[in-house]
Design a binder for this molecule. Structure first.
Ligand code: GDP
Ligand code: IMO
Ligand code: MG
Length: 426
């Protein structure tokens, strides 16, 4: 596939945790630059290779392959203390970053008081809470959109004064919300300021100039999305979403690139489906099968350790995600988790409360009943396979059906968490 002079975008098609980090790492050798375009430390991307396991949150997943330049774009929200901890861990494990990780001056900073606001808003919602990661994502993006944000570029001038103004505003808001728990705030602020000083070791850039210069010189860029399409603030299962545009258009606004520069759009999906936090999930399984998926897939959140809710693959939802992102090729993850199943189901339509069936994702998805098609399980351990020729017939039939239903080719199939357990199809 031609990647020069273009920006390829890789993003999640479900509710996050599809395995984006693994695929970015696998694809990085084909690119000159890897850039994150939205989200923040709410993301948790686990990568495994050479017997080691790494979890990335704010740092792009292209940092392990051959000294490539990685960029944190303007669309990202960054918590200096968490960024420092993540970067220092990587440095300790032999992956120095300061020379090859650039940070956009326009990225917004998550303050300790944003995290308190996140908790306060969740508490105020009571039963209707979103089940956020508690990282201050919503309040930080809210400040950005309401033109009250603090940006990376602010670090360089009169920072303490600016910080105090924003902190005071947050404290007033917390007071109005009736929030009284400020335990640990001072210690968190001290760590945070240490993180701010640490960030100055990195090169601050304008990602829009950086990226377009790279493109003009004929080089290639892979844009890494966080979360997933169903968590997009516009197209996801609102209000149970994150606060950024996780869809392909987010790469344009989150890095500063024109839509005509977008090349391939890689849509990442699991062979089944998961979700963390609250909100509708039509194919969720509450039975033994759901538990089996969770056990076999190790479906526990990397950021919060929460159990992920598990269910069958939802092709109505995926068809919608393919559409809004303009996905050009699909990448299917965790097919190995289904290796031992007798039968496998895929949701091919929703039955609406009025009895009608639809394959178009409706406005509300909390009152639909999934209509399933059943497939024979392949009952083969595929985790050691090295080429698609080895795939059993029943698995090929499942893949073919998905490709036809989603009208998009599945180019890569992941058969285990390790970098090496990846089959690129011809
Ligand atoms: P991301 O947030 O989209 O990067 O995904 P996460 O890292 O949060 O979740 C995916 C999890 O599945 C991680 O623990 C990966 O190591 C793991 N994983 C990725 N691909 C595969 C696969 O093909 N098979 C299995 N069994 N695990 C995988
Ligand atoms: P990656 O990049 C899965 C979910 C949270 C919550 C909602 C809002 O690893 O795929 P937020 O803290 O963003 O305000 O929470 O979004 N969520 C994720 N779920 N994977 C993620 O990231 C997520 N990031 C946020 O659980 O329901
Ligand atoms: Mg994740």
């Amino acid at each position: 596939m031609e990647t020069k002079g273009k920006v390829d975008v890789l993003l999640g098609l479900q509710w996050g945790d599809e395995g984006k980090g693994k695929v970015v790492d696998v694809l990085t050798p084909n690119y000159d630059v890897v850039a994150r375009f939205q989200g923040g430390p709410n993301a948790g991307h686990t990568l495994e290779f050479e017997g080691q396991k790494y979890v990335l949150r704010s740092i792009p997943s292209g940092i392990f392959q051959g000294g490539k330049i990685n960029i944190i774009g303007n669309g990202v929200v960054l918590a200096p203390d968490l960024f420092m901890a993540e970067a220092q861990d990587l440095e300790k494990s032999g992956h120095p970053l300061t020379e090859r990780l650039y940070i956009s001056r326009k990225a917004h900073l998550i303050m300790p008081t944003h995290r308190l606001l996140d908790r306060a808003y969740e508490a105020a919602k009571g039963k209707a809470k979103v089940g956020t990661t508690g990282k201050g994502i919503g309040p930080t993006y809210t400040d950005k959109i309401s033109r009250n944000g603090l940006r990376v570029g602010d670090i360089l001038e009169n920072f303490k004064e600016k910080y105090e103004v924003h902190k005071q505003r947050h404290l007033d808001m917390l007071k109005a919300l009736g929030w009284t728990d400020f335990e640990g705030l001072e210690a968190a602020e001290a760590k945070w300021m240490e993180g701010v000083a640490y960030m100055r070791l990195f090169r601050f850039v304008d990602s829009e100039h950086e990226i377009n210069d790279v493109l003009r010189s004929g080089k290639s860029i892979l844009c890494e999305g966080a979360q997933g399409t169903m968590l997009d603030v516009d197209f996801g299962s609102y209000p149970f979403v994150t606060s950024s545009n996780t869809v392909c258009a987010g790469a344009c606004t989150g890095l500063g690139i024109g839509p005509n520069k977008i090349g391939n759009v890689y849509g990442i999906m699991k062979a089944y489906c998961t979700r963390v936090g609250s909100g509708p999930f039509p194919t969720e399984l509450f039975d033994e099968t759901g538990k089996t998926l969770r056990d076999l897939g190790h479906e526990y959140g990397a950021v919060t350790g929460r159990e992920r809710r598990c269910g069958w693959i939802d092709l109505v939802q995926l068809r919608y995600s393919v559409m809004v992102n303009g996905v050009t090729q699909l990448i299917m993850m965790k097919s190995d988790v289904l290796d031992s199943f007798e039968t496998i189901k895929a949701c091919v339509a929703y039955r609406l409360p009025n009895g009608e069936e639809t394959t178009k994702l409706p406005y509300e998805i909390d009152n639909v009943t999934p209509v399933y098609k059943e497939f024979k399980g392949w009952k083969t351990d595929m985790t050691g396979f090295t080429s698609e020729e080895q795939f059993p017939e029943a698995f090929c039939a499942y893949v073919k059906f998905l490709e036809e239903f989603l009208e998009t080719p599945i180019k890569v199939i992941s058969i285990g968490p390790d970098r090496a357990q990846t089959i690129v199809r011809k």
